[in-house]
Design a binder for this molecule. Structure first.
Ligand SMILES: CC(C)(COP(=O)(O)OP(=O)(O)OC[C@H]1O[C@@H](n2cnc3c(N)ncnc32)[C@H](O)[C@@H]1OP(=O)(O)O)[C@@H](O)C(=O)NCCC(=O)NCCS
Length: 189
């Protein structure tokens, strides 16, 4: 099983462990975070962190998803992953706990996982979606080289209203920074 750890200048992207669950829950239980994401439940239920972490091994084993904990200086900052969407294409998803926003960690983590996706996984392209009012995510994706492909409307469960979704794609050759920019370590399963 591919069970990777990715290191960037300041971050370690590594598989989640059950011991991350209490801090994961604290960071995820935030309206500011959940209102920007399509699938994070809010309020974040008790036991959800443990349940979610428990799905990761099967995702990695089947190659349908590569979820990572984002760690900095021993602290859990948030999550990032590449996961196959309903079309079978890989999509980038990520979030950081609010205390860690606007320090460049989101862009750095995105860079690391994209280097892994294009390098180790050999993906020809990666898709992403963000809610149109999410300017920070728009910026992170644009800086990596993503281009907008279209828009859609979606009912947002946490906001209880419809939102505009922006759809994007990044093809391998357009990845700003290149595949060798993050160091990737593949642990034994
Ligand atoms: C999206 C997210 C991961 C970005 O992480 P981050 O560490 O704050 O991102 P970075 O610091 O690397 O970059 C953010 C960029 O957006 C810019 N930005 C932040 N807020 C902004 C705003 N309201 N309007 C315009 N630009 C904004 C920053 O200036 C920075 O741009 P720069 O690199 O040119 O200076 C983080 O905000 C987050 O977790 N949000 C909640 C969950 C989420 O939105 N996930 C993505 C769903 S698609």
């Amino acid at each position: 099983m591919l069970n990777p750890t990715i290191t960037t200048e300041r971050l370690i992207l590594r598989p989640y462990q059950l011991s991350d669950a209490p801090r994961l829950r604290e960071l995820a239980d935030s309206y500011a975070v959940a209102s920007k994401l399509a699938r994070l439940p809010h309020p974040y239920p008790a036991g959800e962190a443990e349940r979610w972490i428990g799905t990761h091994e099967a995702l990695r084993a089947s190659g349908t998803g590569y979820p990572f904990a984002i760690e900095h200086g021993g602290d859990l900052l948030g999550s990032i992953g590449l996961e196959q969407s309903e079309t079978g294409e890989y999509e980038l998803g990520y979030w950081l706990g609010e205390p860690y926003w606007n320090k460049g960690f989101g862009g750095e983590a995105a860079h690391g996982i994209l280097a892994f996706g294009f390098g180790r996984l050999g993906l020809p392209y990666v898709r992403a979606r963000y809610i149109a009012d999410n300017h920070a995510s728009a910026r992170v994706l644009a800086k990596a080289g993503f281009l907008t492909t279209g828009r859609s409307r979606k009912l947002h469960i946490v906001r209880r209203t419809e939102v505009d979704m922006v759809h994007l794609v990044l093809v391998r050759d357009a990845f700003v920074g290149g595949e060798s920019s993050a160091k990737q370590v593949y642990n034994a399963a």
